[in-house]
Ligand binder design. Structure first.
Ligand SMILES: O=C(O)C1=C[C@@H](OP(=O)(O)O)[C@@H](O)[C@H](O)C1
Ligand SMILES: C=C(OP(=O)(O)O)C(=O)O
Length: 428
């Protein structure tokens, strides 16, 4: 499906973007490994989270309400999963795969996981190496780096202390989830803080978790108890609308109920540094996660340097921040973001290529990009989404202020994380 975006002004309204992808995945995973029925409210029905749901159904977990935002997961306890009778297809979802490999290592059965063309090219050794060192047994192409990956269960896992070379919540979570099946306490030390939903939810479900700065530990063999999980709106999805409101003339949007976990909220800090007129309203807390409504108005943007420890706190928002940067006064530099090269596509290459196609001057860096603004977006071209949801939505937002309509190819990938994006954008 191609998506055509026509220039727009005056974006106005109060909207609620879909549920948080990271929390939705983890709610199904921990709900499945807990004893009892976990109710989930506000679940993201995007394709990535449905891949997680399908995988747990394939391992014998009964889940009610699939396809709806309210679901019930009938957990079978830490050792209650069953051997899947076919290959687990994890679609496009890196999070599902990496977290799942940690869980699968601790099972007593055989499994094979695979995914789509993009996922089969993404590096998995970052989890199969450390979980392999704990005793997990994996086989796959390139030394268990590339899907399909077979996990031979029935191994005794040993607790470990793992110093991760990369600030990745997926790596941290995979090792911690394998640690649930190990004797003793498993510890992960990160080079910089990454999103902490796994540790928060593990604690909420009753595991013995300790966090000390960049060090997180969990004790093996906990008794996880079913809980009700209320999922806030996804700040990563909200970011597209925040930037849309900031760069289109005469706009004012209120985004309701957005998760503002400090390990996710780097985009707020970055947009504030860019002089975006942004207000947090009605700040509150829901199951241990801070949330608020966010009001954003058309703004005179200023350039910014985004680097260092903030990068993991806004990693998925960098494509849309690049669009914002094109309208900011001065030169914006985004660096230390080489992780973007191993996402659904190489997001540095994709954004530089497509923003250039739209008529902008952008300089590619090995670890990011530089863009001097404000620049006119000419549009009148067809862009590739690279089948990457965040690239597609970033280009759509750029199209709102282009001189001529912008066409985006293969825009159906937006359903990975933000079902209803197109309709929402059209209705504003
Ligand atoms: O743990 C998670 O839910 C996620 C972690 C991040 O990936 P990395 O752990 O690879 O940085 C992020 O990019 C992804 O969208 C979701
Ligand atoms: C990188 C992303 O997800 P995943 O790694 O789960 O595929 C994303 O949603 O931007």
């Amino acid at each position: 499906m191609d998506l055509t975006i026509k220039p727009k002004t005056n974006l106005e309204g109060t909207v609620k973007v879909p549920g948080d992808k990271s929390i939705s995945h983890r709610a199904v995973m921990l709900g499945s490994l807990a004893e009892g029925t976990t109710e989930i409210e506000g679940f993201l029905t995007g394709e990535d989270c449905l891949s997680t749901v399908q995988a747990f159904q394939d391992m014998g977990i009964e889940i009610e309400g699939v396809g709806n935002t309210n679901m019930k997961v009938h957990g079978q306890g830490l050792h209650g999963l069953e051997e899947p009778d076919n290959v687990l297809d994890l679609g496009n979802s890196g999070t599902t795969t990496r977290l799942m490999l940690g869980i699968l290592a601790g099972q007593d059965f055989y499994s094979v996981a695979t995914g789509d063309d993009s996922l089969r090219q993404r590096p998995m050794a970052r989890v199969t190496d450390p979980v392999g060192d704990m005793g997990g047994k994996f086989f796959g192409r390139d030394n268990a780096n590339l899907l399909p990956i077979t996990t031979i269960g029935g191994q005794d896992l040993e607790a470990c202390t793992y110093h991760s070379p990369v600030a990745s919540a997926q790596v941290k979570s995979s090792v911690l989830l394998a640690g649930l099946y190990a004797d003793g306490e498993t510890t992960v030390v990160e080079p910089a803080k990454s999103r902490d939903h796994t540790e928060r939810l593990l604690d909420y479900f009753g595991a013995d978790v300790t966090v000390d700065g960049l060090t997180v530990s969990v004790k093996g063999e906990p008794q996880l108890k079913a809980k009700k999980v209320i999922v806030p709106s996804d700040i990563s999805s909200a970011a597209f609308l925040m930037v849309a409101a900031a760069i289109t003339p005469d706009s004012e949007l209120v985004l309701e109920n957005v998760g503002l976990n400090p390990t996710r909220a780097g985009v707020i800090e970055a947009l504030e540094a860019m002089n975006v007129d942004l207000e947090l309203l009605n700040e509150r807390e829901v199951n241990g996660e801070p949330i608020a409504d966010i009001k954003v108005k058309t703004s005179q943007l200023q350039s910014v340097v985004i680097e260092g420890d903030i990068i993991p706190l806004l990693i998925d928002e960098i494509p849309i921040l690049a669009v914002a940067a094109s309208q900011a006064d001065g030169k914006t530099i985004i660096k230390d973001a080489e992780e973007l090269r191993v996402k659904e596509t190489d997001r540095i290459d994709a954004m530089v290529t497509e923003l250039t196609r739209l008529g902008l001057e952008v300089t590619e860096r090995e670890d990011g990009l530089e863009i001097a603004g404000p620049q006119e977006i000419k549009g009148g071209v067809t862009c590739s989404s690279y089948d990457d949801h965040r690239v597609a939505m970033s280009l759509a937002v750029a199209g709102l202020i282009a001189d001529e309509p912008v066409e985006i190819e293969e825009a159906e990938c937006i359903n990975i994380s933000f079902p209803g994006f197109k309709e929402l954008l059209m209705d504003l």
